[in-house]
Write a protein that binds this ligand. Structure first.
Ligand code: PGA
Length: 255
C-alpha cells in the first residue's frame, strides 16, 4: 500500500506562490515513488495549482467543503466546485475547523457524506485536545468523532476514506506525539473501522499521523505498521523541507 503524504497549507500561499511551489515540487516527483503526494492549497489557489500540476502524479486536495450541492451559503464551497479544479481529496473535520469555526460531528458527518457522493476522497481528521488527553479521554474522544462522522455512511464508498489522527496539542506546536501514542491511536482507529466495515475494507484504508511532522521525525510514524502516511502543515510550506520529508518517509518504509 502506498503511503499518503498530504501538504495542508492552511491559510498560506497566494495563487502565484502555490503555482511556484507546484512547479518546483513536480520536478522532484521521480523521487516520490511509492508515496501518493498531495497538496491542499487554499481554495483561491486551486486553479493555479491545478495548472502547475497538469500531467504530474502529484494530486490536489481541498481543506474543507460544504455539504450542500449549492444554495444560500455565503462564503462556502461545494463538492462540484472542487471537482472543477481536479480536486481528488478533501480534508474534513480538521481540528482548526472544529475548534476555531465551531464545526461539530453532525457537520463533519454531512461533509463526509457529500464528499463520498461526489466521488471525492475524504481525509477525516480526529484527535483529542490536551485537556481531553490529561483527563484520560483520548480513546473516548476519538471513538466519538469516528462514530459521529461515519454514521449512516455508505460502507462501500467508505473504501475511499483516509483517517488522519491529529492530536490537537501536537498541531503547530513542534511537540509531535510519541510513536507509541500515534501507534495506540492508529490501532484504535483501525479496530473501530474493522468493527464498522469489516477487516477486508478496513485493512486497506490508510491512517495518517499529523501534528508537527517533519523530515527529522517522520520515520517514527510511517515506520509503524499501523500508520500509512502523514498530514503535514508547517513542514509542507517549503519545497526543500517537504521533499526531504517525503524522502525520509520512503527510507523509513524501505527499512
Ligand atoms: P503541523 O500541522 O504539521 O503544522 O503541526 C498539521 C495539521 O494541522 O494538519
Amino acid at each position: 500500500m502506498d503511503l499518503i503524504i498530504a501538504a495542508n497549507w492552511k491559510m498560506h500561499k497566494t495563487a502565484v506562490e502555490a503555482a511556484e511551489f507546484c512547479r518546483a515540487i513536480r520536478s522532484r516527483e521521480a523521487d516520490f515513488e511509492g508515496v501518493e503526494v498531495l497538496v491542499c492549497p487554499p481554495f483561491t489557489a486551486l486553479s493555479a495549482a491545478k495548472a502547475a500540476l497538469e500531467g504530474s502524479t502529484i494530486k490536489l486536495g481541498a481543506q474543507n467543503m460544504h455539504w450542500e450541492a449549492q444554495g444560500a451559503q455565503t462564503g462556502e464551497i461545494s463538492a462540484s466546485m472542487l471537482l472543477e479544479f481536479g480536486v481528488e481529496y478533501v480534508v474534513i473535520g480538521h481540528s482548526e475547523r472544529r475548534h476555531l469555526m465551531g464545526e461539530d460531528d453532525i457537520q463533519v458527518q454531512q461533509k463526509i457524506e457529500a464528499a463520498l457522493e461526489y466521488d471525492l476522497k475524504p481525509i477525516l481528521c480526529v484527535g483529542e485536545t490536551e485537556t481531553e488527553r490529561e483527563q484520560g479521554n483520548t480513546e473516548k474522544v476519538i471513538k466519538k468523532q469516528l462514530s459521529g462522522a461515519l454514521q449512516d455512511q455508505d460502507s462501500q464508498k467508505l473504501g475511499r476514506l483516509v483517517v488522519a489522527y491529529e492530536p490537537v496539542w501536537a498541531i503547530g506546536t513542534g511537540k509531535a506525539a510519541s510513536a507509541e501514542d500515534a501507534d495506540g491511536a492508529a490501532k484504535l482507529i483501525r479496530n473501530y473501522l474493522r468493527d464498522k466495515l469489516g477487516s477486508k475494507t478496513a485493512d486497506n484504508l490508510r491512517i495518517q499521523y499529523g501534528g508537527s511532522v517533519k523530515a527529522e521525525n517522520i520515520d517514527s510514524f510511517v515506520g509503524l505498521p499501523s500508520v500509512q502516511g502523514a498530514l503535514v502543515g508547517g513542514a509542507s510550506l517549503e519545497v526543500e523541507a517537504f521533499s526531504a520529508l517525503i524522502q525520509a518517509a520512503r527510507k523509513a518504509v524501505a527499512n
